[in-house]
Design a protein around this ligand. Sequence first.
Ligand SMILES: Cc1cc2nc3c(=O)[nH]c(=O)nc-3n(C[C@H](O)[C@H](O)[C@H](O)COP(=O)(O)OP(=O)(O)OC[C@H]3O[C@@H](n4cnc5c(N)ncnc54)[C@H](O)[C@@H]3O)c2cc1C
Length: 387
Amino acid sequence: MHPYGLTPSQIEIQEGVRALCARFPDTYWRDLDRRRAYPDQFVRELTSAGYLGCLIPEEFGGAELGIREAAIVLEEVNRSGGNSAACHAQMYTMGTLLRHGSPEQKRRYLPGIASGELRLQAFGVTEPNAGSDTTRITTFAERRAEYYLVSGQKTFISRVQHSDLMVLLVRTTPFERVEKKTEGLTVLLVDLRTAGDRLRVRPVETMVNHETNELFFDGLEVPVENRIGEEGKGFGYILSGMNAERILIASESVGDGLFFVDRASRYACDRVVFGRPLGQNQGVQFPIAKAYIAVQAAAELRNKAAALYDAGEPCGSEANMAKYLTSEAAWEAGNAAMSTLGGYGMAVEYDVERKFREARLFLVAPVSNNLVLSFVGQHILGMPRSF
Ligand SMILES: Cc1cc2nc3c(=O)[nH]c(=O)nc-3n(C[C@H](O)[C@H](O)[C@H](O)COP(=O)(O)OP(=O)(O)OC[C@H]3O[C@@H](n4cnc5c(N)ncnc54)[C@H](O)[C@@H]3O)c2cc1C
């Protein structure tokens, strides 16, 4: 693909990540997938090359780049056949600390995150009885003198076993006692290294190699100094990171979509059936071409969202729509690739089935596409609220 629209320094980042990823070929990711193992070495190298800390300000040891550059990093990882989901959260959870943390918290944690000494990979929001209705969470932090006592349950909390720190959303005022449902929620920074048996972690097996867990809090003490921002204002802090999250996830989907198009078009040129390459049949060629067009169009919306974000302009609509379009485009591209490869699409050694499973996640997480549609329906088009 011609890197139209990228600046020379962005092209340098793209080529740098591409070169790094080339050292982690399909066999690396395939083996991890089989063992359900974490890409430790890959994450270490991505961090030490400075790519994972690219959004962290220079004063804390990061590269202080924009969301567009972060998007390039994650897109390239996924396009190469890798899976950024093993480490992407650090880019956007770090933003909660950066935007709303105290100067002391930033000094204490950000340099370690930038160098890779500390991992802030875990982000604890989802609960079994709340699901997409985040304000209905019930994990409760009760204030005692110098600490909070946290009790409750979370589910699908990823990378906890490969993280030192976790950004956790809790209630500090019960739902029934707040005037607005978004009030009374608080963000805590939990040090997982010292949590001990007050936090039980139970892995949830899923169809993808994504270390995700149920968490059971039973009176976990979290020092008050680990609260991010003000008590009761946590929902706003989490929301303020959502646009970055949407843009970054959209970029992983763009990478997935391009991976499928790359693999499908190459296979369609190489595989000869009925005496000609598969791709000579328009029935095979057109779905791949359509998928490519859809991924490119979706990527343009992602680019617009990233440009607005980096300019400090409102970008909620573009970020949400980009997340929707890119995940749908990647899924369609995945289907085109599966069809192109025929039976080999299902064969593990071709890597398309692995990426197909991974690409599916972004239709439901971190926000399901139905909720994006309702955001567009209500907030952009002014139709009645459905919930
Ligand atoms: C592999 C994996 C990793 C994850 N990692 C994390 C993580 O690190 N941290 C974290 O906090 N969470 C994480 N999640 C959770 C994820 O964000 C949620 O699964 C997602 O937000 C949807 O919530 P739910 O599964 O409870 O679905 P539900 O809210 O129960 O919804 C189920 C379905 O119904 C639809 N639906 C619900 N309400 C409506 C409505 N009003 N109108 C129309 N449709 C509706 C949804 O679109 C969805 O398709 C992860 C999930 C997975 C699968």
